[in-house]
Design a protein around this ligand. Structure first.
Ligand code: GLN
Length: 526
């Protein structure tokens, strides 16, 4: 059997199509990889090998029956899924103790669509609790390590997804991005991460953090895979009121047809504000290099300004925390997850299952009031960062403060939308760094929330403006010693509203120039 290491979804699909390999072989390969490597990396929260192998056998049967060898790209392909997506009958914890034993009652639309393609579910990927964080250190259960250097973070909040793709513990993954959570970990782990236009992928069945900013998207080994995963998940969904009837294209076909000649005459903007103070020198010189490559292909590079970038983090932390304080009200110890029933810290019971009222475990114990159940369950169930956000958001929304905080943040959001509109009247696409630094050390920012918040300085404004953007690996930091593999650098491409086609096409051309996957791989010989 041919070696399966580090293959993309489309490469695996070709092998399946040519009957060179079976889905069960691929699934067994990833299971072995996970067994060998994930005790160190901690990219998965849960794995379900038995179920994965059953699904693989079913996919193999299906492939056998299909004569014209024309089956969906994802049939028989094993993926990891961030533990924020509901999947019927499986645990969904959002990396929080408050949902430690929560079993999903139904499928999120993304999972339903993947199932319709007969994908193989390998397991749930680790994340920051309720997607709040930039390092995956806020998971209540484990700290995921960066496959390029296990002393470093993989980024967050979809750090488990990015690490599992980067370390070849799955063929691809789905994450979510509220302020950078797909793009920043993709950048830190040397993989591709795409956040679509708000409304393109349904949010139905995805645990809500900040509903006006949350958007699901793929994390993959290359740009074509990213388009394949987007094709599978995108589309209008009546279950999500913010889902839009976009004219969705077949993005994988666009990527397959991408040609360098398409760059000629393309106007590409680089915002001054993205190259200012705080940006790592190696990342800055990487951007200059990419800029020169694009110029050589005939692109017109335009210096642009997004003048209100400096306010984006402040506005985001008012809007996102306000929405979170409201979204997280439902974790009250009554309807979901953990319930603190007795007046002792050791007596925490779980309201197992989708809705704990029917499981005979509704004994309120010796607590004297409903409020006591709420308070004690939430105190024991939420981690520090989540509590900090709930408090910030509740404060921002309280009577008398609304005008001073939420309203101002909403006005800044309008300015940021206008900044992008002005920019896109001059250019077709915007490029810049995804993250101001390469992967940082585990623990380095853990006690300094403000410096952690700054890791999303280049990604957050995109969510505020509802735009699509992606991160692709664009280079590597230098080696400090011969054993050092260096750390990946990510390039961010931001496109106008619903212009994923132009974004993916350009990403593919840059990917071919950089040729990252062939040149660099994390050294995972353990
Ligand atoms: N790091 C940002 C935050 O902590 C973004 C998180 C995300 O996109 N889910 O809010």
């Amino acid at each position: 059997m041919r070696a399966l290491n580090n293959l993309t979804i489309h490469e695996l699909h070709e092998l399946l199509k040519n009957k060179e390999i079976k889905s069960s072989d691929i699934t067994n390969y990833y299971i072995e990889q996970i067994k060998q490597k994930d005790t160190l990396l901690n990219s998965y929260l849960y794995v379900d090998f038995e179920d994965a192998l059953t699904q693989a056998e079913q996919a193999d049967e299906r492939i056998k029956k299909i004569n014209n060898s024309d089956f969906p790209y994802l049939t028989g392909i094993p993926l990891s899924i961030k533990d924020i997506f509901l999947m019927r009958g499986k645990k969904t914890t959002c990396a929080s103790k408050i949902l430690e034993n929560f079993i999903s009652p139904y499928d999120s639309t993304v999972v339903r669509k993947l199932k319709e393609n007969n994908f193989i579910f390998l397991g749930k990927a680790n994340m920051d609790e309720f997607a709040m964080g930039s390092s995956t250190e806020n998971s209540a259960f484990k700290t995921t390590k960066n496959p390029w250097d296990v002393k470093r973070v993989p980024g967050g909040s979809s750090g488990g997804s990015a690490a599992s793709v980067s370390a070849d513990l799955c063929a691809g993954s789905f994450g979510t991005d509220t302020g950078g959570s797909i793009r920043q970990p993709a950048s830190l782990c040397g993989v591709v991460g795409l956040k679509p236009t708000y409304g393109m992928i349904s949010r139905y069945g995805i645990i809500a953090f900040s509903s006006s900013l949350d958007q699901a998207g793929p994390i993959s080994k290359d740009v074509l895979d990213s388009a394949i995963l987007l094709d599978a998940a995108a589309g209008f969904d009546g279950f999500d009121q913010t889902s839009r009837k976009f004219k969705i294209k077949k993005y994988s076909e666009i990527v397959k047809k991408a040609e360098k000649s398409k760059i000629k005459g393309l106007k590409i903007g680089i915002p001054n504000e993205f190259l200012s103070e705080g940006l790592d020198n190696k990342i800055l010189s990487n951007i200059q290099e990419i800029k020169n490559n694009l110029k050589e292909l005939g692109a017109e590079i335009v210096e642009i300004s997004l003048p209100d970038t400096a306010y984006s983090i402040a506005a985001y932390y008012v809007i996102a925390t306000s929405e979170a304080s409201s979204n997280l009200e439902r974790y009250d110890g009554i309807r979901y997850g953990m319930r603190f029933t007795k007046n002792s810290p050791n007596d925490i019971n779980d309201v197992n299952g989708p809705c704990g009222l029917n499981n005979g475990n509704s004994n309120p114990g010796n607590l004297t009031s409903l409020e006591e159940i709420y308070t004690k369950s939430r105190t024991a169930g939420f981690g520090n960062e989540v509590k900090r956000r709930i408090m910030l958001g509740t404060f921002a929304l309280s009577a008398g403060y609304y005008d001073a905080y939420y309203k101002k943040a909403a006005l800044i959001r309008k300015l940021i939308i206008k900044n992008y509109k002005d920019a896109f009247s001059k250019v077709d696409l915007i490029i810049g760094p995804t993250s101001p630094t390469p992967a940082f050390l585990i623990g380095e920012k853990a006690n300094d929330p403000l410096s952690m918040y700054l890791s999303d300085i280049y990604t957050i404004s995109v969510n505020l403006a509802y735009l699509p953007a992606m991160s692709i690996p664009s280079g590597i930091t230098g080696k400090k010693n011969p054993n050092d593999t260096g750390l990946p650098i990510g390039l961010q491409i931001i496109a106008p509203w619903c212009s994923e086609d132009k974004m993916l096409e350009t990403a593919k051309i840059i990917e071919d120039i950089v040729d990252f996957r062939k040149k660099y791989q994390p050294d995972l010989n353990f």
